[in-house]
Write a protein that binds this ligand. Structure first.
Ligand code: PRP
Ligand code: MN
Ligand code: MG
Length: 181
């Protein structure tokens, strides 16, 4: 099979930088949620790596659940309408929910999820996102824990895909233009 590294123009964040940041965010979360039990909700599929590594930095009790959502087509996306492909298995009424995401791009997925979780009666809903693209955001999303603000380039790796590939890359990298042009 072809080597993934041929499709990368530049490594944006190394595996080490990512892990260091997740450890730092975990320290904050432990302090902020002292005495409370948290439900971590990962957003499939991009958040799988962040969830796996972040959760293992937490010395406290947590439960983990997953949502899969999709937005159909450009027009649907801009309207912010999201469809649930896999719902939570757990009832989050009265629970402290921490949504775990790989990236906030336009912000539409998360703003929809935040509203959806609030309507289920969660006691609190916060967001942890490894990456955020300030220049791509169309809606303000209140994100309590942000790993890195990054430029508006097409990034892949560490869960992030282009056409379902590259999620297994250890670093976060910028996709080489020859792949999509
Ligand atoms: C990506 C990413 C975020 C979302 C961010 O997921 O993982 O979930 O887009 O974009 P937004 O801020 O513009 O809403 P995607 O829909 O590609 O699904 P995936 O996680 O399965 O790759
Ligand atoms: Mn995603
Ligand atoms: Mg994707």
């Amino acid at each position: 099979a072809a080597d993934i590294s041929d499709d990368i123009s530049e490594v944006l964040l190394t595996e080490e930088q990512i892990h260091e940041k997740l450890a730092e965010l975990a320290t904050q979360v432990v302090t902020d949620y002292e005495g409370r039990e948290v439900v971590l909700v990962g957003v499939l599929k991009g958040a799988v790596m962040v969830m796996a590594d972040f959760a293992r930095h937490l010395p406290m009790h947590v439960s983990m659940d997953w949502m899969a959502v999709s937005s159909y087509g450009a027009s649907t996306r801009s309207s912010g309408v999201v469809q649930i492909r896999k719902d939570l298995d757990t009832d989050i009424t009265g629970k402290h929910v921490l949504i775990v995401e790989d990236i906030i791009d336009s912000g539409l997925t998360l703003s929809w999820l935040l509203e959806n979780f609030a309507s289920r009666g969660a006691e609190s809903v916060e967001v942890l996102a490894l990456l955020r693209k300030p220049d791509a955001m169309k809606v303000e999303v209140d994100c309590r824990y942000v790993g890195f603000d990054i430029p508006n380039d097409f990034v892949i790796g560490y869960g992030l895909d282009y056409a379902e590939r590259y999620r297994n890359l250890r670093d976060v990298a910028v996709l080489a233009p020859h792949v999509y042009s």
